[in-house]
Every structure is written in structure tokens, then in C-alpha cells.
Write a protein that binds this ligand. Structure first.
Ligand SMILES: [Fe+2]
Ligand SMILES: [Fe+2]
Length: 308
């Protein structure tokens, strides 16, 4: 097998992005509404099948709440991803024009995705009980993330875009009980994210090559801080969603069951937003190729409480 050059990889990302480009209304929504008789997030991601004291209907509601948050989470991270992409696009202005075009398209697609997820939130709100809140604010989160080194932001972005691919491949595309429109949203999203994951890797490596060992060591600390910030957001939102579910489910559960709902949602969110990405072989391979054993141990120690 002949290895593709970096230029070929950017050029291929541009060609694919052009070929598969979709429109929110014409291709994805097509005048449809969500079927609230179906699940949104499949069991493989929502882990609601572990809460065996809930009725089927209650588990379905919990999967819809988690699905609503899932869409909002992408809208959230795409704010800082688009901002960072816009910034690093400038590095290619007078350089490789395939890289420049790949990044311009990447940024444009993330703006479209944010619009898509705002639409999804409004469509969820129309069919679900009042009282849902999405706690984190996109610009506040972006300010925190973008204050850290580009290496760490690209590492986090690569991690996110790789778990997007894994979730669709392994869960969302497989489960027939999932709302058809829901599945389509993440099918179309996945198609454009496939190019983003390639560009993330190329850009992350380009930035990595310019760092001194000391700068890289600081960037590893930034990445550890960012993952812990993601975990803080995950904890806050898991708790808000569990409370919303307990109010909306229409019956009162025992104290033990309430605690299991809270723990179940937190475990599912940590799986969705952190663990499933960290365990992606493609992610560990790229990261492992950049850092020392000691730095890998530091990351491992920081992740241990989340992985357990
Ligand atoms: Fe996206
Ligand atoms: Fe993306």
C-alpha cells in the first residue's frame, strides 16, 4: 500500500466534503418531526437498559432527554472548534491551498452543524415536557478552552470528532428502535465529521512538530485540565438531566432508585463524552506517537477516576 502524502490527504478531504455536502432542510429534516414514540439515543450510548426498575416508556423518555443533551453538547463544542479552526486556517493562507480549502470547509460545516443542533433543540422542546435546561453556555466554555494551547485544543477536538464516528458506527446506525429522523441527523453529521477527524489529525501533528519538549509538556497539562473541565460540564448536565427526568417521569421513585438514575446518567455521559473517545484506538495511536511515557502516565492518572 502506498502511503498518502499530507497534501493528498487534504485534497481528498476537500473532494469528499464537496461530494457529500448536505443541506439541513433539503437533506436532513425534510419537513419531518421527531417520533416521540421512539428512542433517541440507543442503549449502547444511553445505558438506560441498566436501569431495570424503570418501565420501557420511562427508559425511552430518558433516552430522549439524553439525546436532546447529546445534540446540545455538539452545538456547544462546535463553538470552540469552529473558532479554533478559523484561527489555524490563517497558517495556510499563503501555503498549501488544499489545506486552506479543507479548513475553510471544515469551519463552514461546523457553523452549519451548530445551526442544525439549534433546530434540533427547538424540535425537542416542542415535543417534551417543560423544565429541561442545558446548563453550559457555548461562549463561556469556548473562552476557557481557547485560553489553552492550540495543541491541547486540537487534541480535545480530535478526541471528540473520533468519538462522533465511533458512536455512529457502533450504536446509532445499528439500532432500529431509534427515531428515524434522529438517526438521519447523526448519519449526516457523521459524514462530514469523517473529514474533520482526518484534518484534526493533520493539523494536530503540524502544530506538534513545532513545539519544544517543554512546550509540549505544558500542552499535556493543558489537555489534562481540559478533560477535567469536560468532566465538570458532564457532571453538571448529568445531574440536571436526572432531575428533569425524575420530575417528568410522573411517579416517585425510592431514594435508592433516584440515586441509581443519577449515577446511571453520569456514567452514560462519561462514557459518551470522555471514555469512548479515549478508548478509540485511532486516538491513542496519534496521541501516543507525540508524548513521552511519563506524559502518558500523567494523562492515565488524571483519567483514572473518570474511567472507573
Ligand atoms: Fe460537527
Ligand atoms: Fe466536526
Amino acid at each position: 500500500m502506498q502511503l498518502q502524502s499530507t497534501d493528498d490527504r487534504y485534497a481528498k478531504a476537500v473532494a469528499t466534503s464537496k461530494r457529500i455536502r448536505w443541506d439541513i432542510d433539503r437533506d436532513v429534516i425534510r419537513g419531518r418531526a421527531f417520533d416521540f414514540n421512539k428512542k433517541f439515543l440507543p442503549d449502547g450510548l444511553s445505558k438506560t437498559d441498566r436501569l431495570d426498575f424503570l418501565t420501557g416508556e420511562e427508559r425511552r423518555l430518558l433516552s430522549q432527554i439524553q439525546g436532546r443533551t447529546y445534540a446540545n453538547m455538539f452545538g456547544l463544542v462546535e463553538r470552540f472548534i469552529a473558532a479554533k479552526v478559523l484561527e489555524i486556517t490563517a497558517d495556510h493562507r499563503l501555503g498549501n491551498q488544499n489545506a486552506l480549502e479543507a479548513l475553510v470547509r471544515f469551519g463552514d460545516e461546523e457553523l452549519k452543524h451548530q445551526e442544525l443542533f439549534r433546530r434540533i433543540e427547538r424540535m425537542c422542546a416542542a415535543g417534551m415536557p417543560d423544565g429541561y435546561t442545558f446548563v453550559p453556555e457555548p461562549n463561556a466554555v469556548a473562552a476557557v478552552v481557547l485560553s489553552r494551547s492550540t495543541w491541547a485544543v486540537l487534541a480535545l477536538t480530535c478526541h471528540i470528532e473520533l468519538f462522533v464516528l465511533a458512536h455512529y458506527r457502533e450504536s446509532i446506525g445499528e439500532d432500529d428502535d431509534v427515531s428515524e429522523l434522529w438517526r438521519d441527523v447523526f448519519l449526516y453529521h457523521w459524514r462530514e465529521e469523517s473529514q474533520h477527524a482526518i484534518i484534526d489529525e493533520l493539523e494536530w501533528q503540524r502544530v506538534n512538530a513545532k513545539l519544544s519538549p517543554e512546550e509540549r509538556n505544558l500542552a499535556v497539562s493543558d489537555l489534562i485540565d481540559l478533560v477535567s473541565a469536560v468532566d465538570g460540564i458532564v457532571q453538571m448536565q448529568a445531574s440536571a438531566d436526572a432531575d428533569y427526568f425524575l420530575k417528568a417521569c410522573g411517579r416517585s421513585l425510592s431514594q435508592e432508585e433516584v440515586e441509581r438514575v443519577h449515577a446511571g446518567v453520569l456514567g452514560a455521559y462519561r462514557w459518551q463524552y470522555i471514555v469512548s473517545g479515549v478508548q478509540e484506538p485511532r486516538f491513542s495511536k496519534i496521541l501516543g506517537g507525540m508524548i513521552t511515557e511519563k506524559q502518558a502516565d500523567r494523562i492515565g492518572t488524571a483519567l483514572a477516576p473518570i474511567l472507573n
